[in-house]
Structure formats: structure tokens, C-alpha cells
Design a protein around this ligand. Structure first.
Ligand code: ADP
Ligand code: ADP
Length: 227
């Protein structure tokens, strides 16, 4: 599904190497967590997978394609929840926000409505479809962003710090939703977090990254218990 080979990234205005020879493979249906403190390089890695950055050294492939070269084709298969959902939620109502990508893909009005209603039901936000996103709680906003991300049934779902700023109950709900999508639809998950406590609940494989390098990888059991 995703293949990152020996990728290196240096931001022009930063002397520190953001990613340093990172190797990273994600298989179809796998739940992968990228764990690391702030500044470790998590968002930079996701930006390469999403085709928002181009590697200077190394290569990135998503379903066999280079994301920065085949941007639209690759992005069609990826649902994304960015760390700052306020920048992502653009619809005047929750309904319109979830409908954004289906409308953009020129689906008919009925098909758009069918999809919006189906994902809203699945995520449990049917009651807030008419609301203005700006006034929702942090947890509700994350759910709206997730609903928008899965409206086109992507094979790969990428979430940058999806649990950040949520209360414990909302964290649990978000994890349950993601695990359900993985179990029932085979959706591949790539999730970043700095919260080590959540990893066992959401990961088949965890990559611990620090200073742009993978320092450990394995199942949560291998990484946290066996060592
Ligand atoms: P994380 O997502 O793990 O917090 P990032 O990928 O955002 O880490 O950052 C990795 C490194 O790259 C950090 O040293 C950060 O300061 C730097 N960095 C991130 N974005 C930029 C940018 N736009 N310009 C310059 N340096 C950046
Ligand atoms: P348009 O193509 O003009 O956007 P729509 O029928 O798609 O027309 O929607 C009109 C407005 O009604 C939308 O902006 C949306 O906020 C709201 N809306 C449409 N369908 C629903 C629905 N099933 N539940 C809640 N709000 C809806």
C-alpha cells in the first residue's frame, strides 16, 4: 500500500534534517502507528506520503505511484484527517463539509446525500448535520473531519494526531471508530501520535521515530513489553 525507501528531507530554512534515511512499508489492511515526540518528523513523513512534499533522496510510493507526481490519482485513494481540523473543515454546515469531496467528484445529488447520511450514521453525527462546524466541540470536529475523510470509501486513511485535545471518552470513541473501519472495510490506517498509552489499542505495527529516524519498530507487544 505504502512504500517509503531511504527517504531524506531537509527543510530549506532549517539546518536540522527532518527525515534521515527512513524506511517504512505499510501493507494493505494494516494498522500502523507512528509514535514520536513533537519535532520527530511525523508530519513530514505524512506530507511525503500525501504528495505535499517531494523527496530529495529516496522514494515514496502509494499503490505503486509517486504521490507528488500523481497527486490527484493518489489522493483519490487516501482519506486524511489533518492535525488542525479547523483548517480542514470548510463547509458552512456539517452536511456540506462531509459532502465536499463527493460533490467535487461530481456525484449526483442523491448519491451525495446517500453517502453523507451513511457516513454520518456510521460515525454517530446524524444529529449535527445542520450545525455550523465552527461551534462544535473539538471531539465533534474530529468526527466531522473523519466523516469527510471516509465519504469516498478510501482504502487508506491517514490521521495526524487524531486523539490530540480529546477527552478520554472521545479518544476511546475515535479509536473504536477507526478499529471498526479497519475491521469491517479493511481500511489501512496510518496514525501519528505522541501518546504511548493509546498505541496498544490501535496498532498492529508501531514505528517509534525520533530525530527523523526510526528507532524501533514492531508490534506493540514487541516494542513495549518484550524489550
Ligand atoms: P512532528 O510531526 O513529529 O512534530 P515535524 O515533521 O513537524 O515533526 O517536524 C520535523 C522537524 O522538521 C522539526 O525539527 C521541525 O522543526 C522541522 N520542520 C517542520 N516543518 C517545517 C517547516 N515548514 N519549515 C522548517 N522546518 C520545519
Ligand atoms: P445544494 O446543491 O444547493 O447545496 P442540497 O440539497 O445539496 O442543495 O443542500 C441544500 C442545503 O441543505 C445544504 O447546504 C445542506 O446544508 C442542507 N442539507 C441537504 N440535505 C441535507 C440532509 N439530508 N441533512 C441535513 N442537511 C441537509
Amino acid at each position: 500500500m505504502v512504500e517509503v525507501r531511504c527517504i531524506k528531507h531537509i527543510y530549506p530554512d532549517n539546518t536540522q534534517v527532518a527525515l534521515c534515511g527512513l524506511d517504512f512499508v505499510v501493507h494493505s489492511g494494516e494498522r500502523v502507528v507512528i509514535l514520536g515526540p513533537n519535532g520527530a518528523g511525523k508530519t513530514t513523513l505524512l506530507s511525503h506520503i500525501l504528495g505535499l512534499l517531494a523527496p530529495v533522496e529516496g522514494s515514496v510510493k502509494v499503490m505503486g505511484l509517486q504521490p507528488h507526481k500523481h497527486f490527484r490519482q493518489v489522493r483519490r485513494n487516501i482519506g486524511v484527517v489533518f492535525q488542525n481540523v479547523d483548517e480542514q473543515i470548510i463547509g458552512p454546515t456539517v452536511y456540506d463539509d462531509i459532502a465536499f469531496t463527493p460533490r467535487n467528484e461530481r456525484l449526483g445529488r442523491e448519491e451525495v446525500e446517500r453517502r453523507v447520511m451513511a457516513v454520518a450514521k456510521r460515525i454517530g453525527i446524524q444529529d449535527i448535520l445542520h450545525k455550523i462546524p465552527h461551534y462544535l466541540s473539538g471531539g465533534q470536529k474530529k468526527k466531522v473531519a473523519l466523516a469527510g475523510a471516509i465519504a469516498m470509501s478510501p482504502k487508506l486513511l491517514i490521521l495526524d494526531e487524531p486523539f490530540d485535545g480529546l477527552d478520554p471518552a472521545s479518544k476511546r470513541e475515535m479509536m473504536d471508530l477507526l478499529n471498526q473501519l479497519n475491521r469491517e472495510n479493511g481500511t489501512t490506517l496510518i496514525v501519528t501520535t505522541h501518546d504511548v498509552n493509546l498505541v496498544p489499542y490501535i496498532a498492529d505495527t508501531v514505528y517509534v521515530i525520533y530525530d527523523g529516524k526510526i528507532v524501533t519498530k514492531g508490534s506493540p507487544y514487541e516494542v513495549f513489553i518484550q524489550r
